[in-house]
Every structure is written in C-alpha cells, then in structure tokens.
Design a protein around this ligand. Structure first.
Ligand code: AMP
Ligand code: GLY
Length: 428
C-alpha cells in the first residue's frame, strides 16, 4: 500500500519510520515532510492547510491511505474532502475535530456525555471573565476557545496574573481571534497522563498510556511548551484506571459523537489529570500527541499500516495492536529561545553517532542546507530509545542525546523520572 503522511514534525517522522517497517507498505509520501522524513519517504511541497490541494496531491501520488498528523488540517476539513472523493484517510471530519478546535465545544460536549472534567465557566466579555475569576479563586486556568498553537492556556497562580491573562487573551494580543471567548476553569492537581485511542466511529483500539512533560525545565518548572519529552510504559495506568478511562471517558465520547450524528474516526487523545477524585479530562486532541507518538511507536510491535487502513474503512473490530514490553523514552532537544521565538540556523551534529548508540532520532525543527543540517524550529529533534526497563530506556536515550550538539541546544534531564519514582520498588 502507498501511504501519505500529512505534517512536518517529530510525530510525522515517527509515523513514517514505523510505517516504513510495515510489510504491507510499498511507498511513503509526506506533505510537506522534513529532512528526517525525506530519508524514508518522498516529500512533496504543499499547503497542509488546504484540503483541496492535499486531495490533489494524494491522488497524484496514488495514495491508498492518508494519515494526518497535526490538528489544523483536520479542523480545516481535510477528512471531509477525502471522504467526499472516496479516498481513504485516518482522522476525524471537521465537525468532530471541534473537540480540539474549540475548548468551549469540548467542555459542553463533556457535560452532555457525562465525562469527568474540571468545573468551568464560559465567558465572552472581560467583565464576565473577571466576575468568573471571583468565583473560581486562585490558582485558576484560563483557556482561549480556539486553536492557539499551545499558547492559549494559562495556569494563573495569582489574581494579578489571572487578570492580565484575561486581558491578554481577550484583547487578541496573545492569540488573536482564538481568545475572543474563554473557558475559565478550576485548577486540577495531580499527574498528567496522555491516553490515546484509534476509532473507526464505533470500535475503539487503545494505545498504551504515555506521559508528556510540558514545562520547559526540569522538575516541571518554567512555561509550558508543546512537550519536552515523553515516555511510554504500560504501568502508567493500571488495569482499574484503564477500565475507568475506557468506561467513563472514551466509550461515552465515541458513543456521544455517534449519537449526535458525527461519528468520531481517527485518533482521540484524552489529556487526563489523575486527581485524588479519579481521572478527569483536561483536554481532547483529535490526533496523536507529539512527542507521545515518538515513544509510542517505538514500543509498537505490529503492522501499524494494517490497523490504520482498517480504521479508515470502518473495520477495526477484531484488529489488535501488539506492544513490546520494553518502555520507550523520547527526549526533545530544543533550540535557543524556545518556547519563545526560537533561534534558527544553528548547525546540528551528531545524529549518526546517536543512532549508532541505539536511538531513533526524529526530526522536527530541522532544515537541510548545503553545509549540513540546521535548526529551523523550536523543538528540533526527538531522541527516542527503548530499554528492558524504564531506567534502561532512560539511560540509553540520554546516552544518545549526549552525542548530539547544536549551539543553544537545551533539553530536560528528567524525562521519565516520575515513573522511576512511582515504581522505585519494582525497578530496583
Ligand atoms: P490543555 O491544552 O487544555 O491541555 O492545557 C494545556 C496544559 O495546561 C495541560 O497539559 C495542563 O498542564 C494545563 N492545564 C489545563 N487545564 C488544567 C486544569 N484544569 N488544571 C490544571 N492544569 C491544567
Ligand atoms: N504533547 C501534547 C500534544 O500533542 O498536544
């Protein structure tokens, strides 16, 4: 089968890397791809936000199946366009992608479906927002309604910060029109877990649980990023927790979407907070996570393309995913300035030695220049490896990280450490 991957980040490189190992895949294409993906696939320049253009490119590549990485093409309606043309694609239609595209839609949906989530208010004016802040107390969380590339959520630790966030978001200064309406919500305490499933609209296939590390510095300090690293370990959720999440979050979501006439197809990502009162949903994404996917697909042990094709054809019943028992760890190497405006053009060295040390090095913000590979974005590379236990996976990953260098490179040195602490006894 010929597969087209839409996107240009580390998640899409990991997808191409995993699909390249599938016996059923004969060729991979990517729009627009990146220099890492170009080693495995034919990269085709194109506007990933234009459904008609993507359909044209898929047709000319003869793609039997298309997989969408990021949310923006989904919200723009790429799946609707492919479906209308009878072309197989994995992802939700635009109406279902509102689960990520609008925080207000997601919260109201969770109320309709009875899904546990933080208490919230929806506000449309600064005056209403300030009144809501009086009710919620501090800390409090403010969320721009629309897509905001990771900049739309502020966890305010003081009233002054919350007031400033209201103005920053609603005036359009921080995230433009995405902030004209806000969700203001209760701040939940606990550890975050990413739980992702693949659905064909009725059947659901759960992926292994993962844990992302959103804050830029060790110990979860500093501002939030798109994700500085993740690990995949089956123990992140025990059997009872998995059952709870499936029965109280995933099945009601899939069922409610179907009942509302808009079956959810593709990857549904529940961002969970494991509170003392049980898991609660922080957010839905309508795609795979980045960098969760890099760790997940490193631990996957089956023909992923077959599962994706079955999902696209509404035929997931009976499909199973197989996982290696080895945990995997992905450490993101970020550019100078990230999560603010990243510096570009720093020469990247050491990828081959890192691969020789047993890691997969997934490209995200890189560009190929005559003189070699350079930084071209905030999250530059995702160094990913597995080990027979979590400690071993962490050690192998950081060994590989130590081979890579670019000026201004920074990364967290504690990816996976929460897991080590949690399982200190069994890890010895
Ligand atoms: P979201 O895009 O809604 O997941 O928010 C991004 C990040 O903000 C989450 O991964 C959490 O770290 C944090 N966050 C969001 N909502 C809450 C909440 N209600 N309580 C505490 N932290 C939150
Ligand atoms: N790693 C978080 C996300 O993909 O949204």
């Amino acid at each position: 089968m010929r597969i087209l991957v839409i996107g240009s980040g580390g998640r899409e490189h990991a997808l191409a890397w995993r699909l390249a190992k599938s016996p059923s895949v004969e060729a991979i294409y990517a729009v627009p791809g990146n220099p890492g993906i170009a080693r495995l696939a034919t990269c085709i320049p194109g506007n990933a936000l234009d459904p008609a253009e993507l359909l044209r490119l898929a047709e000319s590549a003869g793609a039997d199946l298309t997989v969408v990485g990021p949310e923006a093409p989904l919200v723009a309606g790429v799946v609707d366009a492919f479906r209308a043309a009878g072309r197989a694609i994995v992802g939700p239609v635009a109406a279902a992608a509102q689960l990520e595209g609008s925080k207000i839609f997601a919260k109201q949906f969770m109320v309709r479906a009875g899904i546990p989530t933080a208490d919230f208010a929806i506000v449309e004016t600064e005056a209403d927002a300030l009144e809501a802040l009086d009710r919620f107390g501090i800390p409090v969380v403010l969320k721009a309604d629309g897509l905001a590339a990771g900049k739309g959520v502020i966890v305010a630790a003081s009233r002054a910060e919350a007031d400033a966030a209201v103005h920053g978001l609603m005036s359009g200064e921080v995230v433009g029109k995405a902030g004209s309406r806000l969700v203001i919500e209760e701040c939940l305490i606990g550890e975050e877990v990413s739980f992702i499933v693949l659905s064909d609209g009725s059947n659901v296939l759960a992926l292994e649980p993962t844990q992302d590390h959103k804050a830029v510095f060790d110990g979860d300090a500093g501002p939030n990023t798109g994700g500085m690293g993740a690990y995949c370990d089956a123990r992140i959720l025990d059997a009872a927790q998995r059952r709870f999440v499936m029965e109280r979050v995933i099945e009601p979501s899939i069922g409610q979407m179907r009942a509302e006439g808009c079956p959810f197809t593709g990857f549904l990502y529940a961002g969970l907070m494991m509170t003392q009162a049980g898991p609660k949903v922080l957010e839905f994404n309508v795609r795979l996570g980045d960098p969760e996917t890099q760790a997940l697909l490193h631990s996957l042990d089956c023909d992923f393309a077959e599962a994706l094709l079955a999902a696209a054809h509404g035929d997931l019943g009976g499909v199973k995913l197989a996982w290696r028992s080895d945990p995997s760890v992905c450490v993101v190497l970020a550019a100078a300035g990230y999560p603010g405006t990243p510096r570009k053009g720093d020469r990247i060295e050491g990828i081959e030695p890192a691969e020789a040390a047993g890691a997969a090095v997934f490209h995200a913000g890189t560009r190929a220049r005559q003189q070699g590979l350079e930084t071209a974005g905030g999250r530059v590379l995702g160094v990913t490896a597995s080990g027979s236990d979590l400690a071993g996976a962490i050690e192998r990953t950081y060994q590989a990280v130590s081979k890579v260098h670019f000026d201004g490179m920074h990364y967290r040195t504690d990816i996976g450490r929460k897991g080590l602490k949690r399982w200190a006894a069994s890890e010895g």
